[in-house]
Design a protein around this ligand. Sequence first.
Ligand SMILES: [Zn+2]
Length: 211
Amino acid sequence: MYMKIIDISLSLNNQTPVYPGNVPLAVSIHHAIPEHATQLSSITMGSHTGTHVDAPAHAVVGASALDKIPLENFVGPCRVLDFSLEVGDSVTKEMLQSKNIKRGERVLLKTKNSLRSFKEFYDDYVYLSGDGAEYLASLSSLAVGIDALSIKQRGSSDHRPHTALLSKNIPIIEGLNLTSVSEGEYQLFCLPLNFTGIDGAPARAILIQNE
Ligand SMILES: [Zn+2]
């Protein structure tokens, strides 16, 4: 059976940009013994590096760690909503309302971030507005993804893009690369690494195109 897989995760290497203040990603050869046919690498990274999942514990004191979020949130039907031609700096409640989002959908927000390069960090990335986050929380979305390293505006004191979703145990997927994805329905597979007791972790995320 033909199956089209679209990789929507960012490449991880020493050039991968990280959100300012986060631990730089560093990959190096830890140990190489050619005569034993062995090579091992050392990887140093923050929990919010590249394409990654935010768990409730990231923004809500005492809330669930990543390993308490059911994998069902991350696997199954999802909708990509394309806002990449919008001129504003955020995805607003009104823009979301125009897309007839159903209760309990997984939604990925494509913005003009995906039309820029992911090779460097820029401050003026498109984010989800506080009202938009509250709207998706009211719809009990199973997961909310965005093509920015943070779903929240940099430096903003409006924390709702994180807190409205995470306080309802709705995981957030950040750092998606939706450049080659058009609006529509897909199957999402986004599996964060199985760290326990942690606020988030990198994930490999793919979409499978519905026939
Ligand atoms: Zn994050």
